[in-house]
Design a protein around this ligand. Structure first.
Ligand SMILES: Nc1nc2c(ncn2[C@@H]2O[C@H](COP(=O)(O)OP(=O)(O)OP(=O)(O)O)[C@@H](O)[C@H]2O)c(=O)[nH]1
Ligand SMILES: [Mg+2]
Length: 342
């Protein structure tokens, strides 16, 4: 009889034959595959695998669609309900602890509800929470008890916090939850009372930082603590540079963009015509990763709008106006209404 031994960090089937394939370990008795071991102990990411397959889901399932507040512009872009139309879909808007204290959460919730309606997305509930807040996790457990279905699946984009939630609900202490995108390779499962909770591999989102940057760099650009909004005043001809990655410029007299990004991300003011030479210089830092920078103009209507740049954060801008973003080719950018008032 053959048994399958899995890595307890990422769920991959352990194998000792091919170091270039997922799940490689020197010894099948190890708790972790080599990739998870190196990530856990040395913070080193040796290879980026993107799990592709989504297993079929049973009808009597609760699907917790986990999204980070940083990924909300793409919240309803995966037609996941097609995988199992009979399941109950509950949207978990996770990592709300990243938003500044005092953020108008009811405004955020109403915006998301309006967005779901516009996109004709069916859902059972929308829950705003933080997987790192024990009080929120207890609430979620009560909620699951009430629904009382045998199978609960955590689905969503990579790095949205599925494994963090899985660990919090089931008290698993081995699964790895870190900023490495695509960490969970295959479904992990554990009991929670009379239910089974499945932590699924993350859905791959093209255009996020992991698309162009190595783990060692992008892990420091993604916020992990409460974001303090940064307000800038720009006059005609001025621009802002974010690290060597993004630049924001505009057409008009003045603009007061408010950035929601990690505290460690350096932002500095420059002149619009300095963007290109500065990016070329800065490129040294990201040289191996960024092939080419592109420009994109955003026409901002009247009102408060949000430009989201990959999974790094977003900026709020009051329209009307015309804003230009310069960014590494291939990174995801979007313009939406601001999800909350400043
Ligand atoms: N601040 C904050 N960070 C969180 C929260 N939930 C998860 N994180 C962090 O987000 C990162 C990714 O979390 P994971 O749980 O590994 O994400 P995942 O969805 O399982 O990712 P994949 O396995 O790649 O699909 C980790 O650094 C977590 O500590 C949260 O509610 N608040
Ligand atoms: Mg995971």
């Amino acid at each position: 009889m053959s048994t399958t031994i899995r890595c307890e960090g990422c769920g991959a089937i352990l194998q000792t034959t091919d170091p270039n394939r997922v799940g490689y370990a020197i010894d099948l008795n190890h708790t972790y595959c080599q990739a998870c071991y190196k990530l856990l102990h040395y913070g080193e990411s040796i290879k980026h695998f993107h799990p592709e397959d989504l297993p079929s889901l049973p009808q009597n399932a609760i699907i917790l669609m986990v999204s980070s507040v940083l990924h909300l512009d793409l919240l309803f872009s995966y037609p996941v309900y097609r995988y199992q139309p009979e399941a109950k879909y509950v949207y978990i808007i996770n990592q709300i602890d990243l938003l500044p204290k005092g953020t108008n959460l009811s405004h955020l919730l109403n915006r998301i509800k309006a967005y779901a309606k516009k996109m004709h997305v069916p859902y059972e509930d929308l829950i705003l929470m933080s997987a790192k807040n024990p009080y929120d996790v207890e609430h979620l457990k009560d909620y699951l008890r009430e629904l009382n279905e045998p199978f609960v699946y955590l689905l969503g984009v990579q790095n949205s916090g599925k494994t963090t939630l899985f660990k919090a609900i089931t008290h698993d202490d081995k699964a790895l939850a870190m900023k490495k995108a695509g960490l969970t390779q295959e479904a992990l499962h554990r009991p929670f009372e009379n239910m089974t909770i499945y932590d699924m591999p993350g859905l791959y989102q093209e255009g996020y930082l992991h698309h162009i940057l190595p783990y060692g760099i992008y892990k420091d650009l993604i916020p992990d603590q409460e974001i303090k909004p940064r307000i800038y005043q720009l006059k005609e001809g001025q621009a802002l540079m974010l690290e060597g990655l993004f630049a924001l410029s505009f057409y008009g007299q003045s603009i007061n963009p408010i950035f929601y990004i990690d505290a460690s991300v350096k932002v500095h003011k420059t002149q619009e015509d300095r963007i290109k030479p500065l990016l070329e210089q800065k490129e040294k830092h990201f040289k191996i990763c960024v092939d080419r920078y592109e420009d994109k103009a955003f026409k901002i209507p009247e009102g408060l709008y949000q430009i989201t740049f990959a999974d790094m954060g977003f900026v709020h801008i009051k329209g009307p106006g015309l804003v230009k973003m310069t960014y590494p080719k291939g990174l995801h950018l979007s313009l939406t209404e601001a999800l909350f008032n400043d």
